[in-house]
Design a protein around this ligand. Structure first.
Ligand code: SAM
Length: 281
């Protein structure tokens, strides 16, 4: 199932490009990606990145964003998952800094999703960070949004209309409620690899189910440990992604092999959906 190739081929279920994401993107045809979803490096000096002045860091994304505009289908979505950049005891919210870069290229912000997790480093001079964000952009107002695929259970029984034509009828969808824009999705220990900053499979599952349909192409420029590819393949989407660090490529290959033979450990979206009852009342 895992094909490491230097050439994009629309027939591949999963194309793992070993190298710079821009080189992969330049091969992908216009309007062919239904979802571009990723978590880029945050300029924090992690083992896979070199810290640079904030302005240079942000400017370095310009060529990739132009490619995102070109390869994204008119009804497609782009999800940019980021946290904070920290320097000299100050935090800089990366979503606020990236927003104008995407807006400048015509992307329309649909939601700023708060991804809330309850564990992490403890701070002593400020409040401990327990959320990051996902900027969900579309190219137009005509876009794929499968709300029914991501509804969550209700806490209370459905209310009934008390007056008007619908008096006595149940309110809301029998499939559950809209999950809202605050998502409690724990960082799962069972998904741990030696990659320093993976996001959970369930976070990707919800985005992929909401914004794509079976067979669609999902593209991740910064695959890391391959979480996006796992969620895409779990739901019968195609995936193309890039990663330039060989040891992470090996992690991706191992995880995809485990997915194929049924031994991959992950926390499925279905097992955490009810947690959101507390958050999206
Ligand atoms: C924040 S991590 C992504 C983690 C990923 N979401 C996961 O769940 O594992 C960013 C990744 O981008 C990779 N990377 C950085 N610059 C890259 C580039 N120009 N092309 C391809 N990969 C790159 C890094 O090696 C790192 O693994």
């Amino acid at each position: 199932m895992v094909s490491i190739s230097s050439t994009y081929n629309e027939k591949e279920k999963f194309l793992l490009y070993s190298g710079d994401c821009l080189k992969l993107f330049r091969q992908i045809p216009d309007n062919s990606a239904r979802l571009i979803v990723t978590s880029p490096p945050y300029n924090l000096g992690k083992e896979y990145e070199t810290r640079q002045p904030l302005k240079d860091y942000l400017n370095s994304f310009e060529p990739l964003i132009k490619e995102c505009v070109r390869i994204l289908h008119p009804r497609g979505s782009l999800c940019w998952q980021v946290g904070t950049y920290v320097r000299s005891g100050q935090i800089f919210p990366l979503d606020a800094l990236f927003y104008p870069l995407f807006k400048k290229h015509g992307f329309r912000l649909k939601n700023r999703i708060i991804w809330h997790f309850e564990t992490g480093l403890n701070c002593f001079k400020r409040l401990s960070g327990r959320h990051e964000t996902v900027l969900w952009f579309t190219k137009s107002n005509d876009y794929v949004f499968n709300l029914d695929a991501i509804r969550v259970p209700r806490k209370a029984a459905r209310k009934k209309y008390s007056q008007g034509e619908k008096k006595g009828q149940l309110m809301g969808s029998p499939l559950g409620k809209n999950p809202g824009d605050v998502w409690l999705i724990p960082k799962s220990q069972i998904e741990h690899t030696t990659h320093p900053c993976p996001y959970p499979v369930a976070l990707m599952e919800r985005l992929i189910l909401a914004f794509t349909n079976t067979g669609d192409l999902v593209v991740d420029p910064y695959l890391g440990s391959g979480t996006t590819a796992i969620a895409a393949l779990l739901h019968n989407r195609r995936c193309a992604g890039a990663e330039r660090v060989p040891k992470y490529i090996q992690i991706i290959k191992d995880r995809l092999q485990q997915l194929e033979n049924g031994t991959l450990k992950y926390k499925p979206l279905g097992s955490i959906s009810s947690l959101n009852q507390r958050k999206a009342a």
